[in-house]
Design a protein around this ligand. Structure first.
Ligand SMILES: [Zn+2]
Length: 366
């Protein structure tokens, strides 16, 4: 009989154990096998316990082989996996594994995201409240979607607007855009907005980079060319040193609307910025800057726990996909799930505002 209590995220638990197992493999092939299985389980729409059949076996899951399945069954039956613990003990990598485990807190599996979206007891924005996505990347930087793809996919998802926020020139590694490329992109956006007037609005945005000193890597007059500025950290994400001053300075920078993936954490890999977040949120509230919940499954940043503190600070929120392809626009659902778990009031989510109200907020002098 399954011994897992309801409310536990079995999918998340199993996926984390499979990542642990991947990390102690000697062969690349088996490492990738366990990573693939972990990804498949994180992406499952149903909790693993619901895949149990009356004869006690599990329904087949694509990309999950027999040795991964053994871990699934152990967790369903006992809540833990002796197989994984044995492999870790034999590998001599216990401390590395413990460090990785600490870096998987407050991540939601896809099945938990769907459960949070459905759970009527939760306050917070629903899918129907959500009118558009304010962070995404296109072929103009490191994305694979064209601007036209974004309009088509946005309309299909029932959105009224999307902001295109390709990387700024400061982030050359992500194909950051020069100012002349930006001007060219804006001409394409203007043409699309003319064609879709009254139906859909593309917003001219940028994802600017927060430098080590907290300044934004674009000049003030360059920022004025944009309707929406997401400022986000992409460096110093593995240090424990306090970076409160950096983040406070970023939210106070003129022209910034959204603090994007505020910590810059990555699932099982890096902790991101360490800061006194209550102080950062208070500064953001004062500067009228929205705190982003980035819905990329490997980011989930800020998560529902940290988001609760931003709710208490009175902050506005932006719930974004950070999509690099149209399929990834669904990542906004992960952000909405975190907002619901944190009890973010829908009227404090800028994505839930009517287009006119959003544009007025964006046009504020800063
Ligand atoms: Zn970014």
């Amino acid at each position: 009989m399954p011994r897992v209590s309801s409310g536990t995220d079995v999918n998340g638990t199993v996926a984390a154990l499979l990542r642990d197992l991947a990390a102690v493999q000697k062969s690349q092939q088996s490492m990738w096998g366990y990573k693939r299985a972990a990804a498949a389980i994180l992406a499952l729409e149903e909790p693993l316990e619901s895949l149990l059949q009356p004869d006690g076996t599990l329904r087949k899951i694509p990309n999950v082989g027999p040795s991964s399945l053994r871990v699934v069954m152990e967790v369903l039956q006992t809540g833990a996996s002796p197989t994984v613990e044995r492999a870790i003990a034999e590998s001599g990598k216990r401390s590395d594994i413990d460090r990785r485990r600490d870096l998987r807190e407050h991540f939601l599996s896809r099945s938990q995201v769907l459960a949070a979206l459905k759970n009527r007891k939760l306050r917070g924005p629903t899918l129907a409240d959500y009118h558009g996505d304010l962070q995404m990347h296109s072929v103009w930087s490191d994305g694979s979607q064209t601007l036209n793809d974004i309009v088509d996919a946005g309309i299909e998802r029932g959105y009224q607007f999307c902001a295109v926020t390709d990387h700024s020139y400061g982030l050359a590694i992500a194909g950051g855009m020069s100012m002349s490329e930006l001007a060219e992109q804006h001409r394409e956006i203007d043409a699309l907005n003319q064609r879709y007037e009254g139906r859909f609005r593309l917003i001219k945005g940028i994802e600017a980079n927060i430098r080590a000193d907290g300044s934004v890597d674009m000049e003030r007059d360059e920022l004025r060319e944009l309707e929406l500025v997401v400022a986000a950290p992409h460096s110093a994400l593995r240090t424990e040193a306090d970076q409160t001053a950096r983040m406070v300075s970023a939210v106070r920078s003129p022209g910034v609307h959204i603090l994007g993936h505020p910590r810059g954490r990555k699932y099982g890999s890096r902790p991101g910025v360490a800061a006194d977040w209550d102080e950062v949120f208070a500064a953001a509230r004062k500067a009228n800057v929205a705190i982003e919940i980035d819905g990329d499954p490997s980011r989930q940043d800020v998560d529902y726990e940290l988001a609760k503190r931003a709710v208490d600070a009175g902050c506005l929120f932006a719930l974004d996909s950070d999509a690099h392809s149209t399929a990834e626009l669904a990542y906004s659902e992960t952000a909405i799930a975190h907002a619901r778990l944190a009890g973010v009031p829908a009227d404090r989510v800028v994505n839930c505002w009517p287009t006119d109200k959003l544009l007025t907020w964006l046009a504020r002098s800063g």
